[in-house]
Each structure stands twice: as C-alpha cells, then as structure tokens.
Design a protein around this ligand. Sequence first.
Ligand code: PMT
Length: 232
Amino acid sequence: SMEPLLANRHIVITAGPTREEIDPVRFISNHSSGKMGYALASAAVALGAKVTLVSGPVNLPCPAGVDLVNVVSAEQMHSAVMKAVGATQSNTASNNVQPNCDIFIGCAAVADYKPQQKTEQKIKKSDTELTLTFTRNPDILSDVAHLAQPPFTVGFAAETQDVAHYAQDKLKRKKLDMIAANDVSQAGLGFNSERNALNVYWNNGGKNLGVADKSQLAISLMTLVAQRHAVK
Ligand code: PMT
C-alpha cells in the first residue's frame, strides 16, 4: 500500500481569533470562527500527519487525532507556537512536545494590536468619548519564517482589496514558502462562514483553488502544501 502524503510529518497549525483584554470584562477580537484552521487540521490528519493545532477561543470540537493547544491572546499564541515548532526549549522532561516541525500553517486571525495597558479595574463610564491606545503584537508567522531552520511556512492573507498584490507582498516580506489569499470582502465567504475562496501563491507560481466548502478547500490546500514541501 502507498504511504500517505504526509506520513511522518509534524504540522503545526494556528486557528481562530485571538482576544486582547481591555479590562476584566472586555476584549477586542475579530470574526474568525476557526472553521478554516480546524478543517486544515482534519485534512492533515487524513493525509497521515501528526498535527498540533494552536487555537484561539472558538466553538468547535477538537478534530480526531489532533493535539490541541488552547490559547487566548496573541502573546500566548506566539509562545505556544514557538514551543510547538521546537524554537524554545521546555525544561520539563515529561512534556509531549514534538521537537521537529516540518510544516507551519498560520490560519489564525491574530490581533495585530493589543491595548497598551490592561486596566486592573473595569473602565467606568464617564465622558462622551473613550480613547484607547494600542501597541503591536508579535508577528507569529514572520517569527516562524525567520527562524534559523524554519519549517515550510504557509501564511494566510485576509484582504478586502487588491488581494493578489497584498498576498504576494506578504509572501516576500515575511519570507513565506506559500500564501493562501482569501477575499474576505465577499458575502458568505471567509470569516465565520462554511465556504471560502482561496488563491494560493508561491515564488514563481500559484493556483486558484476556487470557491468551495472549507473542508473541501482544506484537502486541496493540504495536498498542494505536501506537494510543494516535497519538491522544496
Ligand atoms: O476562522 P474562519 O471563520 O474559518 O475564517 C478563516 C479566515 C478568514 C480567518 C482564514 O482563512 C484567514 O484568512 N486567516 C488569516 C487572517 C488574518 O489575520 O490575515 P492577516 O492578513 O491579518 O495576517 C496574515 C498572516 O499573518 C496570517 O497567516 C496570520 O495568521 C499571520 N499573523 C498575523 C498577525 C500576527 N500578529 N501574527 C501572525 O502570525
């Protein structure tokens, strides 16, 4: 019998939104449901991979056979990913972290900014306006791609305009092996829906995966990732 396409491969995938706390009762986040990332995790398992899924807060069951790591904030997701890809050492001998990561896929909608300070007490209603100051969060995808020995690194691009242009710019700037662009401006596609439309780019190539259910697109994308990883 044939070896499955991703046999003996360890794949780390991020999924879902992150939440950035403003005060004890409030946060800023986005509409990511985690469906695309969870579908990718299932597809990778089906293709024979060992999968670590680092997930923000979502309402989805853990796919069978997946090693799930739950996080809330972008900073927590960053440290969980660095550990999962083997970039930081854990000093406990009894951890079940996979030391080597072959492929990293950043499907999470990570908050680019977090409130500069999380107030200890609930912010009180006072004036007519409230001004919050935000600071940058770490870029998980870029940090993985810039490791000394990076895994095959795949990013997503969620754009509302000039999708192809911004996706190819991200591919180069973040040193990615591949980027999957979705036009999130189309109703019924992208964030928090069953279907998506993906255009994939790599250095000197690309493929339109069309419009389909996220589970279907996930199989197409994982197959493409496996093929590109094999020829790299
Ligand atoms: O979760 P669903 O409801 O199923 O929706 C799926 C999706 C639309 C969220 C998904 O397909 C998608 O596009 N995910 C990436 C969304 C995003 O935040 O894109 P971006 O263009 O802002 O970020 C580009 C890339 O950098 C992404 O791979 C992202 O994971 C990564 N990133 C961004 C910021 C940051 N601080 N760290 C990161 O790793």
